[in-house]
Design a protein around this ligand. Structure first.
Ligand SMILES: [Fe+2]
Length: 133
């Protein structure tokens, strides 16, 4: 029987492993894939951020657009950019009726840095798109 301390260690390992694993998103290419509470879909999905990157010197201009409805009942609350270790780099929040889920961010990271653009739908969860600056 597992004591409380070992049970907590096991739960922490599962949660931490889920955050850092990059393999679960590649297990089955059909349909939405979950990675540590975030979802992606190789076939595309209206929740997934569409990312365009322009690099100039040490700065990258990142335009993130989510082609999703935006109204009080169903909307994108925010977009955020994270490193592969889930350190937040930048974010933008959206009003449900007075804004469009689109943001421009200027990042200062080495060329080739792997990042994740994340969008949060109030009805369908958190979705991501992997990209590089
Ligand atoms: Fe949605």
């Amino acid at each position: 029987m597992m004591n409380r301390r070992n049970l907590l260690k096991g739960a922490a390992a599962v949660a931490f492993g889920g955050l850092l694993s990059t393999e679960s998103s590649a297990q089955d290419p059909s349909g939405p894939q979950e990675w540590g509470g975030w979802f992606t879909d190789a076939a595309g999905n209206k929740h997934m951020p569409v990312v365009k990157v322009t690099r100039e010197g040490e700065e990258s201009t990142v335009v993130i657009d989510v082609p999703h409805v935006q109204n009080a009942a169903h909307h994108i609350s925010y977009v955020r950019v994270y490193t592969e270790n889930r350190i937040e780099v930048a974010s933008a929040e959206f009003n449900t009726t007075l804004s469009t889920p689109r943001a421009t961010m200027t990042l200062r990271l080495p060329a080739g840095t792997k990042l994740f653009a994340v969008s949060d739908c109030n009805k369908h969860g958190i979705w991501y798109t992997e990209f590089q600056v």
